[in-house]
Ligand binder design. Structure first.
Ligand SMILES: NC(=O)c1ccc[n+]([C@@H]2O[C@H](COP(=O)([O-])OP(=O)(O)OC[C@H]3O[C@@H](n4cnc5c(N)ncnc54)[C@H](OP(=O)(O)O)[C@@H]3O)[C@@H](O)[C@H]2O)c1
Length: 271
């Protein structure tokens, strides 16, 4: 109970989760409600948001507000501010993403631009909109989502992994800028997670590496437990090991080729 009160005092009274209707975002919402935060849940699918909101209100006795927004367009900031300007936001989790899988030129350029908008412009805008109130208060937290695919170029998801690299570097820089001002910044660099979106992409087994996927709840708990302790977290022991080998023991060129081979097997050769 004391831990719940400490977390809410540090990062409450309200948290905002962008991309909260399912998968990791819904898991963040559940975990944060369990830690005593009132929540603003943002995504496009109103029904999913509403049903999650009523479950969380009942189960955890917190207040939940839903905001239906498309983060892949340039014009969401005004609506977001209008619907949250009466709230004291102590924690931001930017979780929404779009990934266009496949050979680069087989995806329309609009898909690549949508990845940039949803995965890079929008989190930057969220951070900009909410950082000021946190810094003035001298407390708060910001969490961005990234991916192991962002530690090197990743074929067949090149734009996605580039946008996720943006999140790592942005979060690390802001962590250093704000760590002495009471605002904790963290980037969660996840490996494969069994979310509806990941499963819908129908990845073929990666062959030889075994099943390294993680459940969303575990990823979220590890990430939230790292907030305030480090600028980034890689959830899962096997993911930390794989990432250590690829970043520190393999030459970068070999890591790019290795990642390409895995992704080719997962998404291209079998289709
Ligand atoms: N799953 C994995 O294996 C994996 C691995 C590494 C990193 N990650 C990262 O973890 C995060 C979550 O991944 P995920 O697999 O749970 O799900 P996801 O399908 O990538 O997105 C999850 C949430 O984002 C919302 N969203 C997507 N586009 C949106 C838009 N234009 N406007 C508003 N909301 C939008 C979706 O809701 P609506 O459709 O209702 O809008 C959904 O609630 C992402 O940042 C992803 O890059 C995932």
């Amino acid at each position: 109970m004391a831990e719940r009160a400490d977390f809410a005092a540090r990062y409450g009274p309200w948290g905002i989760v962008a991309g909260a209707s399912e998968g990791l975002g819904a898991a963040y919402a559940e975990e944060l409600a369990g830690r005593g935060l009132n929540l603003v849940l943002v995504a496009r699918r109103a029904e999913l948001l509403k049903s999650l909101a009523s479950q969380l209100c009942l189960k955890y006795d917190v207040e939940v507000r839903t905001v239906v927004l498309d983060l892949s367009g340039p014009e969401f900031a005004e609506q977001l501010l209008r619907e949250t300007n009466d709230l004291e936001i102590g924690l931001l989790v930017y979780n929404a993403a779009f990934s266009a899988i496949g050979p680069f030129l087989e995806r329309p350029v609009e898909d690549h631009l949508k990845e940039l908008q949803t995965n890079a412009f929008a989190p930057l805008k969220f951070v900009y909109l909410f950082a000021d109130q946190m810094l003035r208060r001298g407390r708060g937290g910001m969490m961005l989502m990234s991916s192991l695919s962002a530690f090197q170029g990743s074929a067949y998801i090149s734009t996605y992994s580039a946008t996720k690299a943006f999140n790592i570097v942005l979060a690390e820089g802001l962590w250093e800028e704000w760590r002495t001002r009471g605002v904790d910044v963290l980037v969660c660099v996840a490996g494969a997670v069994r979310t509806p979106n990941y499963l819908a992409s129908e990845p073929e087994p990666t062959g030889g590496l075994g099943d390294m996927t993680m459940p969303p709840g575990q990823v979220v708990r590890e990430a939230l437990n790292a907030l305030g302790k480090s600028p980034y977290i890689i959830p899962g022991r096997m993911n930390r090991l794989a990432s250590f080998v690829m970043r520190h023991l393999m030459p970068r060129k070999a890591a790019v080729k290795f990642m390409g081979r895995i992704l080719r097997r997962m998404y291209v050769e079998q289709k």
